[in-house]
Design a protein around this ligand. Sequence first.
Ligand code: FEO
Length: 397
Amino acid sequence: MIKAITDRVSWVGKVDWELRRFHGEEYSTHHGSSYNAYLVRGEKTALIETVWSPFAGEFVENLARAGVLDTIDFLVANHAEPDHSGAMPELLRARPGLPVYCTANGVKSLKGTYHQDWDFRVVKTGDTLDLGAGLTLTFVEAPMLHWPDTMFCYLSGENILFSNDAFGQHLATETLFNDTVDQCELFQEAIKYYANILTPFSKLVTKKINDVLALQLPVSMICPSHGVIWRKDPLSIVEAYLKWADDYQEDQAVVVYDSMWNATRLMGEAIAQGMREARPSMTVKCLNAAKGDVNDLITEVFKSKAVVVGSPTFNRGILRSIAAMLEEMRGLGFKKKKGAAFGSYGWSGESVKMIEEALTGAGIDLAAPGIKLAWQPDGSGLDQCLDFGRNLAAKLS
Ligand code: FEO
């Protein structure tokens, strides 16, 4: 399927309505996704990106059926991850010898993945590819946004930034543009994408965006490789990224727990209630990690100024849903967030200490020593939890 974006630029990707997990089983995609590829036609034709390998056959067939497969002069591979490069083997079997424009790290990743000696043309920031008819692609390396090989390219003549994963979202849509989709779904998927994928690279996000803004290039559209094309107010997503990259937080706290016989749940709910009492204007969410989706939980942590984590002690440790969330938090490296731990126990009671160690290891500042209660909390135990929540909230700026 070819969809015109302008007279000379078309979308030729794949909308994947069925996708529910991405990166193996790591990332939930409640609204599907898309693998956006673009065809730019001047006197010469460039294909920017391909699609994930399950759709390689139909991708190449669609290009052939539209009569454009044999007109492609250049393939631009902004990023080698298989969701974008997966159809390269099929494409290059159909079009052997097609030059592949990518970064030096792109060559390493593509060779390491496909073991093919394609006609790689290594590009650096500032290199250009003239397509004729007033269209020129300028390449901009963007290492670690989010892989070492990543680059963007800017199409002068149409003023379009092809940003690969940056500014993307896992959101399936046939209508392509940001002004044609549900705005709540779009915002939620965009912030979830940032929180779960780009958080570790926030400093680089800020620097790269400021470098590109300093060039004062006109931008009529931003075309990422997943989700919508930003056509209406395209810089709005750039401004959102600058905000998210700046240790983003809302006036929100999240209490995340897992529970076996409800003791830790009761503690969590009392702590959350105490926090609400002390700061009625603050949003306080109380979420069961085992019942929720870890990527959605991480998005709530991303939005929060404080994260309070609870688990009962189980086999001298913590429950696995909490362990998984803490490991995600460690890898993402959130900054400037406060935290605390709580949990019930029967006899040994290690969980609170273990959670505190994990929070500290994830870069979270402990706002108060944790609270642990033996067996089921009674009225006095719940009062302690209420006080714990009130005191915690009072320490948040
Ligand atoms: Fe959409 Fe990093 O791949």
